[in-house]
Design a protein around this ligand. Structure first.
Ligand code: MSP
Length: 520
């Protein structure tokens, strides 16, 4: 067993009522960047994603297609699993709530809540949104002509049925105390404040079973009821850690999760209901729930009726995978909402990737290939300018770590691109092409400094653009265990500098410019 600290991170599990869209891709990519960064920083990461397959919404989507729910789920879940591959997501596990292990875990959690005296039989009469799979009280709804909608614009239906309830009201004070003792439990801070306000109003008991349809996990001891889809879905995180086998090595190592990454729309479920369920079950709570923002398409909500739904495949095929990953991570401060426009994507590709980083690599590696016999050049003494550029690069472990402690992925990228800018200014100022005739020894030193700084930059951009970074490292002949490829990549274990004389492959460009006709 490794002596590295563990880090268990999850995405939300996606409903399989339809194919993956850009919002799902955004969550998968951003969580992947965090997971990859943590691996680079020496953690033993367990990264989980998966699909949420029960409930009324999925059942009715299946029926609308004339399919049995399970066959329908198999079909759509396969698309989500495929998305993790096409987007180069480095998840270690993929969970489906229709798996037997998850039924066992959900039923075990239910039994714990019963044993704690937190479940009682009653009946629910009220509004339900199938889209959100959530109950709404009248005062939460908004009027739209002659009908009522949720604040998020979803339709509601009136339901009346026998239901088991969870004594959520009994957890208000414990949750407030937990928030106060753990100020980062729910993040970013403005989301935490919203949740705190909600908690301070006092919680009502929660309906946790349904009887009017069948697609779900049967309630232990009362088959008429199926477990409310959110109680079922949230349990996925602990199922994947091996629950209910609390003695297993895996569970003891990985539970509780360190971070749940979810969209802002489902913070309440994760940062209020989930910790309350876990408190009742006597299981440790996750370290943090982070709510990221929503992506819009040119400022508009993505929706089937507007016909503006962007699929991850379409974006990847048009712009390239690393380009897409970079754009989504750089353009939108993580935690905020953000608008996706073709102009902004092209601008980021051509300026940050092609001009700034791509060109830096291409210029330097081509000069080395032509003027240094295709080997890492032998440096002479370093000048103040050389040392300043090294110092900027060598500050990256600290700077990126500070940004990532706040999950500020965009700030990590800003820090890296400041060094890209420094390196480009250094090339221009040192003009190695002019040194070729006048001072070849100095040219060697300058190209050595640049090659090594490119190596360091490539190591730090790996979490966001793994393919391109791997190509840069390959061109610098950096072996896997020193930061290239998929090998061990602990910052602390990185060798200080490139070895002069190392033979390099012929260089190739990693970030081509995006030319508009390409889109056609
Ligand atoms: N099944 C629930 C989550 C259960 S977790 C125990 C669910 N599924 S979902 O398919 O609707 O959404 C999956 C994730 O994608 C959620 O975190 C959601 O916030 C996120 N997004 C959905 N649309 C999005 C955007 N337009 N932009 C960014 N993220 C979005 O909720």
């Amino acid at each position: 067993m490794t002596d590295k600290p563990k880090f268990y991170i999850t995405t939300a599990i996606s409903y399989v009522n339809g194919a993956p869209h850009l919002g799902h891709a955004y969550e998968a990519i951003s969580t992947d960047v965090i997971a990859r960064y943590k691996r680079l920083d020496g953690y033993d990461v367990f990264f989980l994603t998966g699909t949420d397959e029960h409930g009324q919404k999925v059942e009715s989507s299946a029926r609308a297609q004339g399919m049995e729910p399970k066959a329908f789920c198999d079909m759509i879940a396969a698309q989500f699993e495929e998305m993790t591959r096409t987007l180069n997501i480095s998840n270690d596990g993929f969970i489906r709530t229709t798996e037997p292990r998850h039924y066992a875990s959900t039923r075990a959690i239910w039994q714990k809540l019963v044993d704690a005296g937190d479940i009682y039989l009653g009946s629910y009469a009220g509004w339900y949104s199938v889209r959100d799979e959530a109950y709404f009280s009248e005062d939460e709804l908004v009027r739209d002509g002659d009908r009522w909608l949720t604040p998020g614009g979803a339709e509601v239906e009136w339901i009346e049925e026998p239901s088991y309830f969870f004594r959520l009201s009994a957890y208000t004070d414990r949750l407030i105390a937990h928030y106060e003792a753990n100020p980062d439990f729910a993040a970013p801070p403005h989301r935490r404040n919203e949740l705190m306000n909600f908690l301070r109003q006092g919680l009502k008991d929660l309906s946790v079973s349904r009887t009017s349809f069948r697609w779900g996990v049967p309630v232990p001891g009362d088959d008429e009821h199926i477990v409310y889809v959110w109680l079922d879905a949230l349990t996925n995180y602990i199922t994947a850690a091996g629950y209910p086998d609390e003695e297993s090595e895996f569970y003891r190592r990985y539970w509780p999760a360190d971070i749940h990454i979810v969209g802002k729309d489902i913070m309440r479920f994760h940062a209020i209901y989930w910790p309350a369920f876990l408190m009742s079950a006597g299981a440790p709570l996750p370290g943090q729930v982070f709510g990221h923002g929503f992506l819009t398409i040119e400022g508009q909500k993505m929706s089937k009726s507007l016909g503006n739904v962007v699929t991850p495949d379409a974006m990847r095929e048009t712009y390239g995978l690393d380009q897409m990953r970079y754009f989504l991570m750089r353009e939108v401060p993580y935690g905020n909402d953000g608008s996706v426009t073709p102009e902004a994507i092209v601008q980021r590709i051509n300026s940050d990737l092609a001009n700034d980083l791509g060109n830096l690599g291409q210029r330097v590696l081509t000069m080395i290939a032509r003027n240094c016999g295709g080997r890492v050049p032998e440096p002479g003494g370093f000048t103040a300018e050389d040392e300043a550029l090294f110092a900027a690069a060598e500050a990256l472990p600290g700077e990126t770590r500070r940004a990532m402690e706040d999950l500020a992925i965009h700030r990590m990228l800003e820090a890296i691109w400041r060094v890209v800018g420094d390196a480009n200014r250094y090339v221009d100022a040192q003009a190695p092409w002019a040194l070729r005739k006048t001072d070849p020894a100095r040219m060697n030193t300058v190209l050595y400094v640049l090659a090594d700084v490119i190596r360091q930059l490539a190591i730090f951009v790996q979490p966001v653009v793994p393919d391109a970074a791997g190509a840069l490292l390959e061109q610098l002949a950096v072996p896997d265990e020193e930061g290239g490829g998929e090998g061990a990549r602990d910052f602390a274990a990185l060798p200080a500098r490139l070895t002069p004389g190392t033979v390099l492959p012929a260089p190739w460009p990693v970030f081509p410019r995006f030319v508009a006709e390409d889109a056609a």
